[in-house]
Design a protein around this ligand. Structure first.
Ligand SMILES: Nc1nc2c(ncn2[C@@H]2O[C@H](COP(=O)(O)OP(=O)(O)OP(=O)(O)O)[C@@H](O)[C@H]2O)c(=O)[nH]1
Ligand SMILES: [Mg+2]
Length: 243
């Protein structure tokens, strides 16, 4: 998090992590498409011709809070291919929250696990532990053949504390819900550390409502949006409990 008192600007960094081809870039594209042009900057991507991220993608989103504070969200993806380990370590530096985009295909289970360990290592290298990091998990590519079943993922989700989302990023399904879950966890963690609500009068629910409406979900209640998680719901709905 960066705070510029003079400009009354708060910058939060969110990182989409996961194995190669799990749909991180596609999530950002869908988020960009859902965002009101007034809130969203240009989506910057750098890819080779076969869709592989070379360095990172960045989507900047800006929201005006009540009063004169503006909140800038910088949403990054890492390149998932194994050879880009050094770049992932760099991109995840200073992250305030992480969305782990897993591939639902059975054949990708091992790659998901390796990427998760890689995330843990790279956070550690930056002085963070995974357990302290606001984290959501998304199982993407639910439309594909030979994927892990809803039942299996529901069971997995109920065993962990992280909210788990199901998505088809190419259709935009589950993308904004995952993002809102990540933002809520991240915001509440920063708020409890830095007392954002006290200092800036920017209250979590109001801020979430504003973001939701800028992302085309203004007609849905927060509970309804957070209910999209198949596990770890309590943490999203009531993050104060564990602190
Ligand atoms: N069928 C299906 N294809 C998807 C879905 N999400 C992404 N894809 C496709 O999967 C391929 C890889 O998606 P990307 O978003 O580029 O994957 P990535 O995680 O950014 O990959 P790296 O940049 O290499 O780490 C693309 O061809 C996408 O169109 C999905 O939900 N369903
Ligand atoms: Mg990519």
């Amino acid at each position: 998090m960066q705070l510029d008192f003079t400009a009354r600007e708060l910058t939060i960094k969110l990182v989409y992590y996961g194995p190669a081809l799990s749909g991180k870039t596609t999530n950002l594209q869908a988020l960009h498409a859902a965002a009101d042009p007034g809130s969203s900057g240009r989506l910057m991507t750098l890819e080779t011709k076969d869709d592989r991220t070379l360095f990172f993608d960045l989507l900047p989103l800006t929201f005006k809070g009540k009063g004169d504070l503006s909140v800038r969200l910088k949403v990054f993806t890492v390149p998932g291919q194994v050879i880009h380990g050094a770049t992932r370590r760099l991109v995840v530096q200073g992250a305030d929250g992480v969305a782990f985009i897993a591939d639902s295909q059975n054949a990708e289970t091992q790659h998901n696990a390796e990427a998760f360990l890689d995330l843990r290592e790279n956070l550690k290298a930056n002085g963070f532990s995974l357990s302290q990091m606001p984290l959501i998990i998304q199982f993407n590519k639910r439309d594909m053949q030979d994927v892990r079943t809803d039942e299996e993922l529901g069971k997995l989700a109920s065993q962990g504390k992280e909210p788990v989302y199901l998505a088809v990023a190419t259709w935009g399904d589950g993308v904004v819900e995952s993002f809102m879950g990540l933002l809520k966890l991240t915001w509440d963690a920063l708020d409890s550390q830095h007392r954002l609500a006290d200092k800036f009068g920017l209250e979590s629910n109001e801020f979430m409502q504003e973001v939701a409406s800028q992302l085309g979900m203004g007609d849905r209640s927060m509970d309804n949006i957070f209910d999209a998680a198949v596990g770890g719901k309590q943490k999203v709905l009531n993050p104060g409990v564990s602190k």
